[in-house]
Design a binder for this molecule. Sequence first.
Ligand SMILES: Nc1nc2c(ncn2[C@@H]2O[C@H](COP(=O)(O)OP(=O)(O)O)[C@@H](O)[C@H]2O)c(=O)[nH]1
Ligand SMILES: [Mg+2]
Length: 318
Amino acid sequence: MPANLTPEYMSAEQDYKSARTHGEKLAALERMLATVPKHKGTEKLQADIKRRLSQERKEAHKKGAAHSTPFYLVEKEGAGQVALVGPPNSGKSQLVAALTHARPEVGDYPFTTRAPTPGMMAFEDVQIQLVDLPPMSREFMEPWLPQAIRNATAGLLVVDLADPDVLDEIGFIEALLEERRLARPKMLVANKLDLEGAADIFTALEELYGGRYRALAISAAEGLNLDRFRREVFDMLELVRVYTKPPGKKFEMTIPYVLHRGQTVIDAARLVHKDFAEGLKFARLYRAEAGGSACPTSGMMVERSHVVEDGDILELHI
Ligand SMILES: Nc1nc2c(ncn2[C@@H]2O[C@H](COP(=O)(O)OP(=O)(O)O)[C@@H](O)[C@H]2O)c(=O)[nH]1
Ligand SMILES: [Mg+2]
């Protein structure tokens, strides 16, 4: 960094570093360009500012000037984004609080949650993003809610087993989702299993809706069935985990590559490195088994088009 930068420039650069929106970044970069001393020693710096400026202008143009991503669209992180849909007070916020490090407000009055709150839930060695959302209700619904739901990979319908109107609530939400042409949630999560009579209500719900949804009764507050919840969400997203090992070396557990059901050896190779995908000759497939014993098919040679399964270990030969 050349030593003769002015305080005006330094302050503009500080603003740039703390800028959050495209508009703020653009303004700071323009000030940086205006105040940077123009001499040979700053040529690289000037070029860098100009490059960032032109990139920022392009971004701003793409999104429509002065518009940044709306607050209700949560940036996807992890293996999938799961939106929690449901009536007021069903325990959506409690569930996110129980399973992630996020701390959305939990309350026994209806509209505690006003903005989306994401949190990362671990299932074994994968991270799945849960997004706590405001409720869907007849009284009031945030106008942006449908878009937030659409933005997610999948939705969960969270209902309250102790709510005497639970059937009515499900019916209302299903109708609303259909009217808005939103995908139906993939799973019905019946919360408050800890309360008296809740298990019987769940049996009735399962009879009614079991064909339409995978259904699971939980207690977010008491931590009942939460491990099953993690697995069910993973299964619902139709994800598979693939591990790799270098040829001739012992397998060591690493962070998995996460693929979708139906994807193949070549798709896995592409995630590892694009050169692996291009140059891949074949792969050997190993499977981790409980107790560490080798599976009979261990080391089997598989083709590029072989469909991978959860837990597969691939040795990629290029
Ligand atoms: N008994 C019981 N109460 C719960 C459970 N989960 C949430 N609650 C309560 O239900 C109310 C609503 O919870 P909240 O998470 O704010 O619901 P949300 O509106 O769906 O986000 C709060 O008073 C919670 O303490 C549960 O598993 N069992
Ligand atoms: Mg809430």
